[in-house]
Write a protein that binds this ligand. Structure first.
Ligand code: PLP
Length: 443
């Protein structure tokens, strides 16, 4: 009997024993191809020896020093690395232990920034439907995933939600891609005017949506319009790159491909690639100096922020990616994966859409391709796909209930940046067989 309170206590989980490249092995020796990087985390695969070496070296030096007493070299070096490659306005980094912590920090910083500027009525945030920003109370409130919010709704601050830039479902017949992007971005202005712009701190969204929609990038021009609206009303733009950042979409920061700079950017998963828990908040100089010249203190923090071993691991991960030009691999392998998925699954009557960017690909399943009617949620197709894939030795990340809190099944793929031709073939073969088997039994 286990004494662990597993998130899903009824599930019988295999015991992970070791990892090698893109594979995980359980204690029985069974091999699993990690095609989702866990949840878009393990971007280097498993057992990378240069990361392990950097961590060991750091532990042999100093394994922990509280950030209220000391800075540490890996934290300084990692901040330097991230800032040198970030949009030009972002030049300070605040380290935490994961994505939700990074989002909480961003929400609180936005509020404190306006307080210090004397704009005290700014307390509200605006976000999008079908978004996810983390599971802590503030981050959960900021997200639009109804299923995750529902049990805690009475505890959550109220956040106006606008439409996501979700071309497959939101673009009207006959509307151009450009007009669609401008229309849905324009909803931000409407929400701002409804809420009173003087009451709003920030708009938060994922540049490429991950967990709730399965790798959905915005259309061209959307983020430029979002930036314009934020500037017009003096509202901060927070880019949540917890899942899509750190190279996952083919550029270190996903916003690079949108040609806009947010005021705050949060990132986590791929930053430490799972070797250590770490998240980061990148902040514009304007926000930073407002705090420095105001109260001089950001009134928020956690015990493990700037953990030296976590920072050393993340720095080694990021150097490895750069030294081995893995962002080119992400672009090249991403295109190859998208093409292979389309050729294997593109004609499947239950596959409505295959989309994504880089090694961040999503497959949306539907009951009817013409009407885009989602599958019956009681069938729990996403859960069946996950179990069948695990039985076949494949890790993928299927989700359900993402459209209106009840319906909508999709599968997210986020394999390590080191995958080769053989791994892509294995992902597509196994996933194709699993989907055929599960949806093949539908009427
Ligand atoms: N933001 C986004 C976009 C995410 O995808 C996630 C996790 O999936 C989070 C925040 C929360 O991150 P964490 O699970 O590390 O707290």
């Amino acid at each position: 009997m286990t004494h662990v309170f597993h998130r899903n206590p009824r599930a019988e989980l295999p015991v992970a024993a070791r990892g090698e490249g893109p594979y995980i092995y359980d204690t029985s020796g069974k091999q699993y191809l990690d095609a989702s990087g866990g949840a878009a985390v393990s971007c280097l695969g498993h057992s990378n020896s240069s990361v392990a070496k950097a961590m060991k070296q750091q532990i042999d030096g100093i394994s922990f020093s509280h950030s209220g007493f000391f800075t540490n070299q890996p934290m300084e070096d990692l901040a330097d690395f991230l800032v040198k490659r970030a949009p030009a306005n972002l030049d300070r980094v605040y380290f935490v232990s994961g994505g939700s912590e990074a989002v909480e920090a961003a929400l609180k910083l936005a509020r404190q920034y306006f307080l210090e500027k004397g704009e005290t009525s700014r307390t509200r945030f605006i976000s999008r439907r079908q978004s996810y920003h983390g599971n802590t109370i503030g981050a959960l409130a900021a997200g639009g995933n109804q299923w995750r919010r529902e049990p805690y709704a009475p505890l959550l601050m109220s956040v106006p939600l606008i439409s996501p830039c979700y071309e497959y479902r939101e673009k009207k017949n006959g509307e151009t891609e450009w007009d669609f992007g401008q229309r849905v971005a324009g909803e931000l202005e409407t929400a701002l005017l409804d809420t009173g712009p003087e009451n709003v701190c920030a708009f938060i969204c994922e540049p490429v949506v991950g967990a709730t929609m399965g790798a959905v990038p915005a259309v061209k021009g959307y983020f430029k319009r979002i930036r314009e609206i934020c500037d017009q009303y003096g509202v901060l733009f927070i880019a949540d790159e917890v899942m899509c950042g750190m190279g996952r979409t083919g550029s270190l920061y996903a916003v690079e491909q949108e040609d806009v700079a947010p005021d705050i950017l949060v990132t986590a998963k791929g930053l430490g690639a799972g070797y250590q828990p770490i998240g980061a908040m990148l902040v514009s100089e304007g926000i930073f100096t407002t705090i420095v010249n105001g109260s001089g203190f950001f009134q928020h923090g956690h015990t493990y922020m700037g953990h030296p071993v976590a920072c050393a691991a993340a720095l080694a991960v990021q150097h490895y990616i750069e030294d081995n030009d893995l962002l080119s691999s992400v672009r090249h392998r991403g295109a190859q994966l998208a093409e292979a998925l389309t050729s294997r699954l593109g004609n499947n009557p239950f596959v409505g859409d295959i989309r994504g960017r880089g090694l961040f690909q999503g497959i949306e399943l539907v009951a009817d391709r013409m009407t885009k009617e989602p599958l019956d949620p009681s069938l729990k197709i996403h859960a069946k796909i996950k179990s069948a894939a695990m039985a076949a030795g494949l890790m993928c990340y299927p989700m359900g209930g993402t459209i209106d809190g009840q319906r909508g099944d999709h599968i997210l793929l986020a394999p390590p940046f080191i995958i080769n031709d053989g791994h892509i073939e294995e992902i597509v073969d196994k996933l194709g067989t699993v989907i055929d088997e599960i949806v093949g039994s539908l009427p």
